[in-house]
Ligand binder design. Structure first.
Ligand code: PLP
Length: 339
C-alpha cells in the first residue's frame, strides 16, 4: 500500500524498494507458506546470536534504576565517557567524552555526521559496492552520493577517488570490515587515502571528512584492523554495538572524534543584530593578532582593546558579499597560523 500525498522522493524510493527489503518480505511470505526450515534465507544482516547474559542483566538493572526521561541530546555523560575510554584504548589516540555522541545505531551516527557536514548540493563519495542505505542517508540532507568503484580486490582505488573529488566533495564513507564483500582494509590503503586528502587540503584548503563506518569492527578473523586516526586528521567514526553484541534492535550507536580533529575555528557568539561579529582572538594579545592579519593577508580587523576589552577582535560584515566569499581562505590560513 502506498499512501496518497507522499513526497515524490519517498514515493520513488518505495516504488524502487531495495532488494534487501524485497527479499525480507519475500522470505517472510515463503516461511509462512512452507515453514521456517524449508526456506534457506541468507539475505539478512541480522545477528542471530543472543546478546551476552551480562548485557541482559545490565539492561534490566539500568531499566530498574530509572533513566526513562529526557537526557542530554548527546547521550548520558557516563556512557560517553565509557565509549571515549574504549576508543582511546583501541586506537591509541586521545578521545574525550566531549567528542563522543550517542546515536540511534551506526545508521543514526552516519545521519548525524552527514547532517553536520553536508550542505545541499555537496557531494559525498561512496565506494562501490556499498551498503545501499548510504545513498538515502546522504540524500536526506540534500547531498549527492557519488559512487566510486573499489578495486577488483575490494580495496580503495586511490586514483579513482582522486578522479571523483571536485570542489563540491565534502566527505567519503569508508566501511571496514566491509558490507557486502567482507574485506578488511589495510593500514597502507587507508594511509594512502589520508595522504591524498591531506594533499588536497594543503593545496586548495578544501575540507573533506572521512566517515568511518565500522559496526563490524569487533567481528574480525585473522586481519588487524587499520587505525584511520593514524592516517588522517578528519575522521568521524560511526559505529554501534548492533552486530557484535547481537543487539541490533536496541539501536545503540555512537560517533567519536579524536582530539586531533581541528575544531570549527574561531569562537564567537552569533550576532543577533547590527552588522558586527566579535570573535575571540586565538592568542591573548589580540593587537598582535590583528597586526599579523593586516601585514600578512591585508585583512583589516579591529582589536578589542579599542572597545575597552582584551582578547577579541571585531569585524563588520557590512561589506560586499564577494569580499566575504573571497576572504574565506584567508580566514582559514589566519586561524591555522595560530592553531
Ligand atoms: C555497513 C553498515 N553500516 C551501517 C549499518 C547500520 O548499523 P546499525 O544497525 O548499527 O544502525 C549496517 C547495518 O547493516 C551496515 O551493514
Amino acid at each position: 500500500m502506498i499512501l496518497a500525498g507522499l513526497s515524490r522522493e519517498i514515493e520513488e524510493n518505495l516504488n524502487k524498494g531495495s532488494w534487501i527489503r524485497k527479499l525480507f518480505d519475500e522470505g517472510a511470505r515463503l516461511k509462512k507458506e512452507f515453514g521456517d526450515d524449508q526456506v534457506f534465507d541468507f539475505s539478512l544482516g541480522n545477528p542471530i546470536v543472543e546478546p551476552p547474559e551480562a548485557f541482559k542483566r545490565a539492561l534490566i538493572e539500568e531499566a530498574e534504576k530509572g533513566h526513562h526521561g529526557y537526557i542530554q541530546n548527546q547521550g548520558l555523560p557516563a556512557a560517553r565517557e565509557k565509549v571515549a575510554q574504549f576508543l582511546a584504548s583501541r586506537f591509541e589516540a586521545e578521545f574525550s567524552a566531549e567528542r563522543v555522541v550517542m546515536t540511534v545505531g551506526a545508521g543514526g551516527a552516519l545521519n548525524v555526521a552527514l547532517k553536520s557536514i553536508v550542505n545541499p548540493g555537496e557531494e559525498v563519495i561512496i565506494l562501490a559496492p556499498y551498503f545501499a542505505e548510504y545513498k538515502l542517508y546522504i540524500e536526506n540532507y540534500g547531498g549527492k552520493a557519488v559512487s566510486c568503484p573499489l578495486t577488483s580486490r575490494f580495496e580503495i582505488d586511490i586514483e579513482a577517488v582522486r578522479q571523483s573529488i571536485n570542489p563540491k566533495t565534502k566527505g567519503l564513507i569508508l566501511n571496514t570490515p566491509h558490507n557486502p564483500t567482507g574485506t578488511v582494509l589495510s593500514q597502507k590503503n587507508i594511509d594512502d587515502l589520508g595522504a591524498l586528502l591531506k594533499e588536497i587540503e594543503e593545496k586548495s584548503g578544501q575540507t573533506i571528512y572521512v566517515l568511518f563506518d565500522e559496526p563490524y569492527s569487533q567481528l574480525i578473523y585473522d586481519e588487524e584492523l587499520a587505525n584511520p586516526f593514524q592516517s588522517y586528521h578528519r575522521v568521524i567514526l560511526a559505529s554501534s554495538f548492533s552486530k557484535d553484541l547481537g543487539i541490533a534492535g536496541e539501536r545503540l550507536g555512537y560517533i567519536g572524534l579524536d582530539s586531533k580533529m581541528p575544531d570549527a575555528g574561531f569562537e564567537f557568539e552569533m550576532p543577533k543584530g547590527g552588522f558586527f561579529v566579535f570573535p575571540k582572538s586565538p592568542i591573548e594579545d589580540e593587537v598582535a593578532f590583528c597586526v599579523h592579519a593586516a601585514q600578512k593577508y591585508k585583512l583589516l580587523i579591529v582589536p578589542s582593546s579599542g572597545f575597552g576589552m582584551k582578547g577579541h577582535f571585531r569585524l563588520s560584515f557590512s561589506v560586499p558579499t564577494e569580499q566575504i566569499k573571497n576572504s574565506r581562505d584567508i580566514f582559514i590560513s589566519l586561524y591555522r597560523d595560530f592553531a
